[in-house]
Design a protein around this ligand. Structure first.
Ligand code: ADP
Ligand code: MG
Length: 262
């Protein structure tokens, strides 16, 4: 599976008169896992929406392998980028296999029957995410963690070159979070992941993009970005980072005091 390089160049989005994204520029090299972090309302979901074409920015451009996504057909864009969103599964009555099968839609003509390739892609995605044993269960009957695996399976069945994940790991227990992100890494697909838990972000991402009030306030290698100063000024917490072998292994939060609200 080939994987894409993503560039976001000066993207701005305004809702009403409030800017949600203000000239956001970022880059994800091919095969990297890039974490998008920031306080609530900082623009993380909005940034992702501009990348999977659910929202057209007022200015700036999103480039995949150097090509502006607005120049792609809807189907070509859907074959390139797969998203797992906060809003979840919808359609709880579908079986797991049917839900994962939806990932094949961009690959076949409308109303055409599933091909052998489709069935193979669905089976491989279910196998990889460990959901084959639930294939005939309804999506609505699954636990939160099982459902997230199914949504990831649907995204993988799409054979995307870019994965966009919005809080994929929310509501999962701590082990399931690491397992799911390990699974994402094992695919080798370039991934942009909004992560709420900073501990997870520092351990699972190659690069971070930090948003605050719709602006990129820091971007780069995890080690360079996740500093006590940033934790204080952006997240409003007093914290230190514990480092081993040039990796951040833990963020220690002081019980109090909090920094003044950022
Ligand atoms: P995050 O995902 O970082 O929590 P969002 O990208 O969802 O933040 O939102 C960024 C800002 O844009 C927030 O102030 C939010 O209220 C606003 N916003 C997001 N989507 C819409 C929308 N569809 N209409 C109006 N305002 C929106
Ligand atoms: Mg969000």
């Amino acid at each position: 599976m080939t994987t894409a390089e993503l560039s976001v160049a000066g993207v701005s989005v305004t809702f009403g008169d409030a800017p949600a994204l203000d000239t956001v520029t970022m880059h994800a090299p091919a095969g990297a896992i890039v974490g998008v972090v920031g306080p609530n309302g900082s623009g993380k979901t909005t940034l992702l929406r501009t990348i999977y074409r659910s929202l057209r920015p007022e200015s700036g451009a999103v480039l995949i392998d150097g090509a502006d996504i607005t120049a792609m057909s809807v189907r070509a864009a859907a074959r390139t980028t797969a998203a797992v969103l906060q809003s979840g599964a919808g359609a709880p009555e579908l079986t797991v296999a049917e839900m994962v099968g939806l990932g094949r839609n961009p690959h076949h003509a409308l109303f055409s029957r599933d091909s052998g390739d489709d069935r193979e892609a669905v089976a491989a995605a279910m196998d990889r995410t460990g959901v084959t044993t639930y294939a005939d269960r309804s999506v609505g009957s699954l636990s939160g963690g099982e459902r997230q695996r199914v949504l990831l399976a649907r995204a993988l069945a799409q054979h995307p070159r870019l994965l966009v994940l919005d809080e994929l790991t929310n509501h999962l227990d701590v082990r399931a979070r690491f397992e799911l992100l390990d699974l994402v890494r094992s695919t080798g697909i370039t991934t942009l992941a909004v992560l709420h838990e900073l501990d997870l972000a520092v351990r699972c991402c190659d690069h971070l993009v930090v948003l605050n009030h719709g602006r990129v306030v820091a971007t780069g290698q995890v080690l360079e970005v996740m500093t006590p100063d940033l934790l204080r000024t952006v997240f409003g917490v007093i914290a230190t980072t514990e480092r081993h072998d040039d990796e951040i292994v833990r963020i220690h939060y002081a019980a109090r005091p909090l920094a003044p609200a950022p």
